[in-house]
Ligand binder design. Structure first.
Ligand SMILES: [Mn+2]
Length: 315
Protein backbone atom coordinates (compact mmCIF):
# COMPACT_ATOMS: atom_id res chain seq x y z
CA UNK A 1 0.00 0.00 0.00
CA UNK A 2 1.35 3.44 -0.90
CA UNK A 3 1.09 5.85 2.00
CA UNK A 4 1.68 9.57 2.54
CA UNK A 5 4.60 11.05 4.46
CA UNK A 6 2.34 12.15 7.38
CA UNK A 7 1.20 8.52 7.58
CA UNK A 8 4.87 7.40 7.67
CA UNK A 9 5.38 9.82 10.56
CA UNK A 10 2.37 8.34 12.40
CA UNK A 11 3.66 4.80 11.92
CA UNK A 12 7.06 5.73 13.34
CA UNK A 13 5.43 7.65 16.23
CA UNK A 14 3.34 4.66 17.25
CA UNK A 15 6.14 2.07 17.03
CA UNK A 16 8.26 1.58 20.13
CA UNK A 17 10.77 -0.91 18.71
CA UNK A 18 12.08 -0.42 15.19
CA UNK A 19 14.66 -2.15 13.00
CA UNK A 20 16.25 0.02 10.32
CA UNK A 21 17.99 -1.42 7.29
CA UNK A 22 19.05 -0.49 3.77
CA UNK A 23 20.47 -2.08 0.64
CA UNK A 24 23.63 -4.19 0.50
CA UNK A 25 26.69 -2.56 -1.13
CA UNK A 26 25.80 0.46 0.97
CA UNK A 27 26.41 3.98 -0.28
CA UNK A 28 26.33 7.42 1.30
CA UNK A 29 22.58 7.77 0.90
CA UNK A 30 21.62 4.44 2.44
CA UNK A 31 24.06 4.76 5.36
CA UNK A 32 23.42 8.46 5.98
CA UNK A 33 19.65 7.98 5.91
CA UNK A 34 19.79 4.99 8.26
CA UNK A 35 22.05 6.71 10.77
CA UNK A 36 20.11 9.98 10.73
CA UNK A 37 16.77 8.29 11.33
CA UNK A 38 18.36 6.09 14.00
CA UNK A 39 19.62 9.08 15.98
CA UNK A 40 16.31 10.95 15.74
CA UNK A 41 14.22 7.95 16.83
CA UNK A 42 16.61 7.09 19.65
CA UNK A 43 16.42 10.66 20.96
CA UNK A 44 12.65 10.13 21.07
CA UNK A 45 13.16 7.17 23.42
CA UNK A 46 12.53 4.40 20.91
CA UNK A 47 14.44 1.14 20.86
CA UNK A 48 16.12 1.10 17.46
CA UNK A 49 18.31 -1.58 15.90
CA UNK A 50 20.50 -0.98 12.85
CA UNK A 51 20.89 -4.09 10.71
CA UNK A 52 22.72 -4.34 7.40
CA UNK A 53 23.75 -7.46 5.54
CA UNK A 54 27.10 -5.98 4.55
CA UNK A 55 30.11 -4.21 5.97
CA UNK A 56 30.29 -0.44 6.23
CA UNK A 57 33.04 0.66 3.80
CA UNK A 58 35.94 2.49 5.49
CA UNK A 59 35.12 5.63 3.50
CA UNK A 60 32.00 6.09 5.64
CA UNK A 61 33.62 5.56 9.02
CA UNK A 62 33.40 9.31 9.66
CA UNK A 63 29.62 9.03 9.97
CA UNK A 64 28.49 9.32 13.61
CA UNK A 65 27.30 6.00 15.09
CA UNK A 66 28.32 3.83 12.10
CA UNK A 67 29.61 1.24 14.59
CA UNK A 68 26.04 0.67 15.78
CA UNK A 69 25.31 -1.02 12.45
CA UNK A 70 25.50 -4.78 12.77
CA UNK A 71 25.34 -7.63 10.32
CA UNK A 72 22.67 -10.29 10.98
CA UNK A 73 24.16 -13.71 11.68
CA UNK A 74 22.47 -16.90 10.51
CA UNK A 75 20.23 -17.68 13.48
CA UNK A 76 19.32 -14.11 14.33
CA UNK A 77 15.59 -13.52 14.70
CA UNK A 78 14.26 -10.10 15.58
CA UNK A 79 10.73 -9.39 16.64
CA UNK A 80 9.94 -5.72 16.38
CA UNK A 81 7.04 -3.37 15.77
CA UNK A 82 8.32 -2.20 12.40
CA UNK A 83 11.02 -2.96 9.86
CA UNK A 84 11.97 0.19 7.97
CA UNK A 85 13.81 -0.38 4.69
CA UNK A 86 15.58 2.70 3.37
CA UNK A 87 16.83 3.47 -0.14
CA UNK A 88 16.11 -0.05 -1.43
CA UNK A 89 13.84 -0.71 -4.39
CA UNK A 90 13.46 -4.46 -3.91
CA UNK A 91 13.32 -6.89 -0.99
CA UNK A 92 16.24 -8.87 -2.48
CA UNK A 93 18.42 -5.82 -1.90
CA UNK A 94 18.40 -6.24 1.90
CA UNK A 95 19.90 -9.75 1.88
CA UNK A 96 19.65 -11.75 5.11
CA UNK A 97 17.81 -9.01 7.00
CA UNK A 98 14.70 -10.25 5.21
CA UNK A 99 14.72 -13.60 7.01
CA UNK A 100 16.10 -12.24 10.31
CA UNK A 101 13.28 -9.78 10.99
CA UNK A 102 9.60 -10.60 11.37
CA UNK A 103 7.62 -7.36 11.28
CA UNK A 104 5.42 -5.25 9.04
CA UNK A 105 7.62 -3.58 6.42
CA UNK A 106 7.74 0.13 5.72
CA UNK A 107 9.81 1.10 2.67
CA UNK A 108 11.04 4.66 2.15
CA UNK A 109 12.75 5.11 -1.19
CA UNK A 110 13.40 7.27 -4.24
CA UNK A 111 14.21 4.70 -6.94
CA UNK A 112 12.04 4.94 -10.02
CA UNK A 113 12.35 1.14 -10.39
CA UNK A 114 10.84 0.42 -6.93
CA UNK A 115 8.85 -2.84 -7.05
CA UNK A 116 6.34 -1.86 -4.30
CA UNK A 117 7.30 -4.96 -2.33
CA UNK A 118 6.59 -3.61 1.15
CA UNK A 119 3.40 -3.59 3.27
CA UNK A 120 3.67 0.21 3.37
CA UNK A 121 5.52 2.19 0.76
CA UNK A 122 6.54 5.82 0.49
CA UNK A 123 8.34 6.67 -2.75
CA UNK A 124 9.32 10.04 -4.14
CA UNK A 125 11.31 9.41 -7.31
CA UNK A 126 11.74 13.15 -7.91
CA UNK A 127 14.09 13.73 -5.00
CA UNK A 128 17.82 13.26 -5.44
CA UNK A 129 18.27 11.10 -2.36
CA UNK A 130 16.40 9.16 0.30
CA UNK A 131 18.16 11.60 2.65
CA UNK A 132 15.90 14.39 1.34
CA UNK A 133 12.83 12.38 2.34
CA UNK A 134 14.30 11.67 5.78
CA UNK A 135 14.93 15.37 6.40
CA UNK A 136 11.36 16.19 5.37
CA UNK A 137 10.15 13.41 7.67
CA UNK A 138 12.19 14.63 10.67
CA UNK A 139 10.81 18.14 10.16
CA UNK A 140 7.30 16.74 9.97
CA UNK A 141 7.84 14.76 13.17
CA UNK A 142 9.27 17.90 14.82
CA UNK A 143 12.50 16.04 15.58
CA UNK A 144 15.55 18.21 16.17
CA UNK A 145 18.17 17.98 13.43
CA UNK A 146 21.41 17.84 15.42
CA UNK A 147 24.86 18.44 13.94
CA UNK A 148 25.40 14.65 13.79
CA UNK A 149 22.10 14.12 11.98
CA UNK A 150 23.07 17.01 9.70
CA UNK A 151 26.37 15.29 8.85
CA UNK A 152 24.58 12.03 8.01
CA UNK A 153 21.89 13.63 5.86
CA UNK A 154 24.28 16.00 4.09
CA UNK A 155 26.39 12.95 3.19
CA UNK A 156 23.27 11.11 2.00
CA UNK A 157 22.15 13.94 -0.27
CA UNK A 158 25.56 15.08 -1.53
CA UNK A 159 26.72 11.59 -2.55
CA UNK A 160 23.55 10.75 -4.48
CA UNK A 161 23.63 13.95 -6.54
CA UNK A 162 27.39 13.95 -7.21
CA UNK A 163 27.92 16.87 -4.86
CA UNK A 164 25.15 18.91 -6.47
CA UNK A 165 26.28 18.37 -10.06
CA UNK A 166 23.90 15.70 -11.42
CA UNK A 167 20.58 16.25 -13.15
CA UNK A 168 18.68 15.21 -10.02
CA UNK A 169 19.97 18.31 -8.16
CA UNK A 170 16.95 20.56 -7.68
CA UNK A 171 16.45 23.87 -5.92
CA UNK A 172 15.02 21.97 -2.98
CA UNK A 173 18.07 19.65 -2.89
CA UNK A 174 20.21 22.76 -2.39
CA UNK A 175 17.81 24.22 0.18
CA UNK A 176 17.88 20.99 2.16
CA UNK A 177 21.68 21.02 2.02
CA UNK A 178 21.69 24.61 3.28
CA UNK A 179 19.45 23.60 6.21
CA UNK A 180 21.84 20.77 7.06
CA UNK A 181 24.86 23.08 6.97
CA UNK A 182 22.96 25.39 9.32
CA UNK A 183 22.37 22.39 11.59
CA UNK A 184 26.12 21.81 11.75
CA UNK A 185 27.12 19.68 8.75
CA UNK A 186 30.54 20.66 7.40
CA UNK A 187 30.70 20.35 3.59
CA UNK A 188 34.49 20.58 3.43
CA UNK A 189 35.28 17.87 5.95
CA UNK A 190 32.57 15.59 4.53
CA UNK A 191 33.84 15.89 0.96
CA UNK A 192 37.45 15.47 2.08
CA UNK A 193 36.55 12.29 3.96
CA UNK A 194 34.76 10.92 0.92
CA UNK A 195 37.39 11.90 -1.65
CA UNK A 196 40.25 10.22 0.16
CA UNK A 197 41.51 7.05 -1.53
CA UNK A 198 44.34 4.71 -0.67
CA UNK A 199 47.38 4.71 -2.93
CA UNK A 200 46.58 1.15 -4.02
CA UNK A 201 43.08 2.27 -5.01
CA UNK A 202 44.56 4.98 -7.24
CA UNK A 203 46.87 2.36 -8.77
CA UNK A 204 43.80 0.20 -9.43
CA UNK A 205 42.10 3.17 -11.07
CA UNK A 206 44.98 3.60 -13.52
CA UNK A 207 44.60 -0.07 -14.51
CA UNK A 208 40.83 0.19 -14.89
CA UNK A 209 41.18 3.30 -17.05
CA UNK A 210 43.25 1.24 -19.49
CA UNK A 211 40.30 -1.11 -20.04
CA UNK A 212 38.12 1.64 -21.53
CA UNK A 213 36.62 0.65 -24.86
CA UNK A 214 34.39 2.72 -27.08
CA UNK A 215 31.29 1.35 -28.80
CA UNK A 216 28.42 2.57 -30.98
CA UNK A 217 30.28 5.47 -32.62
CA UNK A 218 31.72 6.61 -29.31
CA UNK A 219 28.35 6.95 -27.59
CA UNK A 220 29.02 4.08 -25.20
CA UNK A 221 32.18 3.66 -23.12
CA UNK A 222 32.80 0.43 -21.22
CA UNK A 223 35.22 -0.46 -18.44
CA UNK A 224 35.94 -4.04 -17.37
CA UNK A 225 37.34 -5.25 -14.09
CA UNK A 226 38.69 -8.77 -13.71
CA UNK A 227 39.14 -10.04 -10.13
CA UNK A 228 42.93 -10.25 -10.55
CA UNK A 229 43.09 -6.58 -11.46
CA UNK A 230 42.05 -5.58 -7.95
CA UNK A 231 44.33 -5.10 -4.98
CA UNK A 232 41.75 -6.87 -2.83
CA UNK A 233 38.47 -8.47 -3.98
CA UNK A 234 36.30 -6.05 -1.99
CA UNK A 235 38.12 -3.00 -3.26
CA UNK A 236 35.91 0.04 -3.66
CA UNK A 237 35.56 0.95 -7.34
CA UNK A 238 32.82 3.51 -6.77
CA UNK A 239 33.33 6.59 -8.87
CA UNK A 240 35.57 4.90 -11.44
CA UNK A 241 32.70 4.82 -13.93
CA UNK A 242 32.48 8.61 -13.91
CA UNK A 243 35.74 8.79 -15.87
CA UNK A 244 34.11 6.81 -18.70
CA UNK A 245 30.99 8.95 -18.50
CA UNK A 246 33.01 12.16 -18.76
CA UNK A 247 34.51 11.25 -22.15
CA UNK A 248 33.36 13.67 -24.83
CA UNK A 249 30.53 12.24 -26.92
CA UNK A 250 29.73 9.41 -24.49
CA UNK A 251 26.05 9.01 -23.69
CA UNK A 252 26.20 5.83 -21.60
CA UNK A 253 29.09 4.52 -19.50
CA UNK A 254 29.06 0.90 -18.35
CA UNK A 255 31.34 -0.75 -15.81
CA UNK A 256 31.47 -4.55 -15.89
CA UNK A 257 32.97 -6.04 -12.74
CA UNK A 258 33.51 -9.80 -12.78
CA UNK A 259 33.07 -11.12 -9.24
CA UNK A 260 33.73 -14.73 -10.26
CA UNK A 261 33.40 -16.95 -13.37
CA UNK A 262 29.60 -16.69 -13.38
CA UNK A 263 28.83 -13.36 -11.71
CA UNK A 264 29.22 -9.93 -13.25
CA UNK A 265 28.16 -6.80 -11.43
CA UNK A 266 27.27 -4.02 -13.83
CA UNK A 267 26.93 -0.26 -13.25
CA UNK A 268 25.43 2.23 -15.68
CA UNK A 269 25.72 6.01 -15.86
CA UNK A 270 24.25 8.23 -18.56
CA UNK A 271 23.74 11.84 -19.51
CA UNK A 272 20.14 11.54 -20.78
CA UNK A 273 19.37 7.91 -21.69
CA UNK A 274 17.24 5.92 -19.25
CA UNK A 275 19.68 3.30 -17.96
CA UNK A 276 17.26 2.14 -15.24
CA UNK A 277 15.46 0.37 -18.14
CA UNK A 278 18.67 -1.41 -19.14
CA UNK A 279 19.29 -2.50 -15.53
CA UNK A 280 15.65 -3.60 -15.13
CA UNK A 281 15.95 -5.80 -18.24
CA UNK A 282 18.58 -7.79 -16.31
CA UNK A 283 16.78 -7.90 -12.97
CA UNK A 284 18.42 -4.80 -11.51
CA UNK A 285 17.21 -1.27 -11.07
CA UNK A 286 18.08 2.26 -10.12
CA UNK A 287 17.57 5.75 -11.45
CA UNK A 288 17.26 7.19 -14.96
CA UNK A 289 20.92 8.23 -15.09
CA UNK A 290 22.48 5.80 -12.58
CA UNK A 291 21.55 2.15 -12.31
CA UNK A 292 22.96 -1.32 -11.82
CA UNK A 293 22.35 -5.05 -12.10
CA UNK A 294 24.04 -8.41 -11.69
CA UNK A 295 24.27 -10.92 -14.54
CA UNK A 296 25.02 -14.57 -13.78
CA UNK A 297 27.13 -15.42 -16.77
CA UNK A 298 30.69 -15.03 -17.99
CA UNK A 299 32.06 -11.53 -18.47
CA UNK A 300 32.15 -12.04 -22.22
CA UNK A 301 28.49 -13.14 -22.39
CA UNK A 302 27.38 -10.38 -20.04
CA UNK A 303 28.95 -7.74 -22.29
CA UNK A 304 27.41 -9.34 -25.40
CA UNK A 305 23.93 -9.32 -23.80
CA UNK A 306 23.99 -5.90 -22.18
CA UNK A 307 25.50 -3.77 -24.95
CA UNK A 308 22.61 -4.13 -27.46
CA UNK A 309 20.08 -3.27 -24.75
CA UNK A 310 22.07 -0.18 -23.81
CA UNK A 311 22.30 0.86 -27.47
CA UNK A 312 18.51 0.53 -27.62
CA UNK A 313 18.19 3.30 -25.03
CA UNK A 314 20.15 5.82 -27.10
CA UNK A 315 17.98 7.92 -29.34
MN1 LIG B 1 19.71 6.74 -2.90
Amino acid sequence: MEISLPRVAEMLHSASTIVLTAHVHPDGDSLGSMLALYQALQADGKKVHLLLDDVVPATYHFLPNWKKISKPVDNDRFTTDLLVILDASDIERIGKVQSAVKAPILNIDHHISNTRFADYTYIDSKVAATGEIILELLNLMKYKVTADIGTCLYTAIATDCGFFRYANTSASTLRYAADLVEAGAQPQSISEALEQRSLSNIVTLTKVLQTIEMHYEGKIATMTIFPDLLHDPDENTEGFINYARSIEGVEIAILFRAIDEQTVRISFRSHRADVSQVALAFGGGGHIRAAGCTVHDTLENAIAQVLPVAIGQIR
